[in-house]
Design a protein around this ligand. Sequence first.
Ligand code: AMP
Ligand code: MG
Length: 421
Amino acid sequence: MITPPKLRNDCFALPPGVDWIPMQEAMDRLRGGIAPVAACETVPLARATGRILARDSVARRANPPAPNSAVDGFGFAGPVPDGPVTFPLVEGRAAAGVPFSGRVPAGAAIRILTGAILPAGVDTVVLQEDIASDGTSIAFNGPLKAGANARRAGEDMIEGAVALAAGRRLQPQDIALLASVGLSEVAVFRPLRVGVLSNGDEVVPPGTIAPERMGRGAIYDANRPMLLAQLAAWGFEAVDLGVAPDSLNGLRTCLDGARTRVDAILSSGGVSTGDEDHVSALLQAEGQLDTWRIAIKPGRPLALGLWHGVPIFGLPGNPVAAFVCTLLFARPALEVLAGGDWQVPQGFVVPAAFEKRKKPGRVELLRARMTPEGQVEVFASEGSGRVSGLSWSTGLVMLDDSERHVRPGDPVRFLPYADFA
Ligand code: AMP
Ligand code: MG
């Protein structure tokens, strides 16, 4: 098993003087800065679903391996002209897994079942529902093209073809494809281990302090359980790194404990430039940090850093902004770190069920869901701390950075959360 090299120290650096970057440019830069960091292993197909292919999978056998019948019926040499025809039947039959070894003479037909290899002399099959028979011959009405109701050898895939390319995250259907072309194991990347860290003296892990005993300024940690759940759903190995206090030493201890256990870190809170924003302070002083001010709403600066070579996504503390930044930036980047392809959800354009005036300059993302009538509605409040709106929504409406007055019925782009998978 070989492990790829760590990321370059300057992989998140912006050119000097760049301060405020459009969303697409941020995406392009992020994409250009990262490369797979996960190691490879070989696993049997039964354990390959959800894993990312580390090498192209090449078909060891054609599918189908031989020409065969697509239906239950009678096989012969086609074509058949327009009008009624009669074929005498030969003795025997061809069934799936039990081929007919003889040759069917021109002008004769043979009983054939779905999946049976076409016997010599047969290239066309008529459906059993379309014929009449007296037991020794069949009659039906043409025309029928040569090759009708038959499958060609290799029509699905030929031997030696790339069945699936490296970088693909395997779906159950992919397992069917790999199995059908003779593969029983595949080289895949090991699941990316992604640590999740929350920051802030006010942040309390759920379950540790009862609501009635919480200090007035304390809040329950919403980001960490959310991100752990989301990462696991995406197929990463989610590693709980707990809550770091608002202190350099406390945070350093957390990050040092994490760095051999994870391949990347999602950290929320503490990345602005306030007095208590220790993530920025520590990474700037002792690691590597680049702060990207991206023209999107919600989402304060996104801090991209490295701690001893481990990439850190410094997300905003507000749960809505943390979630949106995770979907937009961390999701595609983590997939690439894991060995997969950079993926951009396209979503679909649907009529708005809402009205909104939007200023130019920033891309806006609104928590949204589809109505039963096929329109998209948005959550009543755009407040970035409204966790209930995240829970209510099933996706985001994305409005580009131009000025816009959306009226009910106007087309808008809806990105379902499932499209970020
Ligand atoms: P910060 O980015 O640290 O300035 O935090 C911004 C806001 O998000 C503050 O109101 C924090 O209390 C809140 N916040 C930070 N971390 C979390 C968390 N893990 N769960 C819920 N809210 C948080
Ligand atoms: Mg804070």
